[in-house]
Design a protein around this ligand. Structure first.
Ligand SMILES: NC(=O)c1ccc[n+]([C@@H]2O[C@H](COP(=O)([O-])OP(=O)(O)OC[C@H]3O[C@@H](n4cnc5c(N)ncnc54)[C@H](O)[C@@H]3O)[C@@H](O)[C@H]2O)c1
Length: 338
């Protein structure tokens, strides 16, 4: 299979590229390197040295007119669309910019795919923002979307454009409504990704800040599981389309995340608290039974194990000569409420 991955140099995109290459597919990545970095694609570039042409990165923007030629010229069987403006706070301070990238960029991609005859687009939708503050958790896909931030709206608009293109032109999009994804390559210098942000601060001996009182809860899903969901969506029969929640169904508070990361790193310092941020929801967890029945997907990595893998990666990146790994004092998934 020939795959085009937008956002290939990013956190989830680069993990997906590695997975597609390992499965023997040909991959073209597209990225404007606004938040992604080429270092994330080092493994893909190495594979390309052994199997020339199996991977290629094209630097470009999903909003550019050249996208049509890039898609047609690479003749993909499938497009995985992950490129986006991903920062909720940027979407609040600059909603026009967020919409220009996420809505107009996705429309540009839909048009390029239509012109190139690509039917299957697998889209990284936002399960964490699409339902707003639902009446019950975990929330299923049957609940009406009600995003509470410009980012949530722009990501949902992408889903809706894909739905319209399915209706108008017979395209077969699959929208994976992702919960809070965490894992290796999540940017510890960014605004999202509380696990790597806490981990980096603790490894560097700096303070950690919790916005709000620490009871805000999220559904944390490991990037390896998310990449499995993309790979399985890529193999799904052509008549499988629509939106699928990708999450664990479990709520974990920020305070619990702080405790797990502290224990794994053997740190005892307490977090500082700051005001909760505009546009963020208090609690979310996704019911993913539809993904299990129609895509054969379910999460496999529990939170402590996933955080441990993330911390190992962070240590290697931030602290090339770490001391002996800290023991996790009898922590298991029950202790952190997952
Ligand atoms: N990380 C999460 O928890 C999460 C949750 C739900 C949905 N998502 C979605 O998953 C996707 C990937 O997110 P991520 O966490 O890997 O973020 P990321 O910032 O690491 O990756 C986004 C990538 O897209 C690239 N990009 C941004 N704008 C672009 C543009 N206009 N043209 C070309 N490339 C562009 C960036 O350089 C980056 O490499 C996004 O669509 C995001 O909305 C992420």
């Amino acid at each position: 299979m020939r795959a085009l991955v937008t956002g290939a140099a990013g956190f989830i995109g680069s993990n997906l590229v590695d997975r597609l290459l390992a499965d023997g597919h040909w991959v073209v990545g597209l990225d404007n390197l606004s938040t992604g970095v080429e270092a994330n694609l080092a493994r893909a570039e190495r594979i390309n040295e052994f199997y020339p042409g199996q991977f290629r990165l094209v630097r470009g923007d999903i909003t550019a007119p050249e996208l049509t030629g890039i898609v047609a010229g690479n003749n993909p069987d499938i497009i995985f669309h992950l490129a986006a403006q991903v920062d909720v706070r940027t979407s609040v301070s600059n909603p026009q910019f967020d919409a220009a990238k996420n809505i107009l960029g996705t429309i540009n991609l839909c048009e390029a795919a239509r012109l190139a005859g690509v039917r299957r687009i697998v889209y990284a939708a936002s399960g964490g923002s699409r339902y707003g503050a639902p009446a019950y958790l975990p929330v299923g896909e049957e609940v009406l979307p009600a995003p509470l931030s410009p980012y949530g709206v722009s990501k949902l608009a992408g889903e809706m454009y894909l739905g319209a293109y399915a209706w108008m032109y017979g395209m077969a999009p699959i929208c994976l409504a992702l919960a809070n994804v965490y894992g290796p390559r999540q940017n510890p210098y960014g605004e999202a990704g509380v696990i790597t942000i806490f981990g980096k601060a603790m490894i560097n001996g700096g303070p950690t800040i919790i916005y709000g009182d620490g009871t805000a809860a999220r559904d944390y899903v490991f990037v390896g599981d998310v990449v499995d969901a993309f790979a399985q969506a890529g193999q799904a029969p052509a008549d499988v389309t629509g939106t699928f929640n990708i999450g664990t169904g479990q709520q974990t508070t920020v305070a619990e995340i702080h405790r797990v990361v502290s224990e794994l790193l053997g740190r005892t310092s307490q977090p500082r608290h700051s005001a909760a941020r505009t546009g963020e929801v208090r609690a979310i967890a996704l019911h993913a039974a539809k993904a299990e029945s129609e895509l054969g997907w379910k999460p496999g990595v529990d939170l402590v194990d996933g955080v441990r893998q993330t911390i190992q990666w962070l240590r290697a990146v931030l602290d090339p000569q770490p001391g002996p790994p800290a023991q996790l004092p009898a922590a298991d998934s029950e202790q952190i409420g997952v």
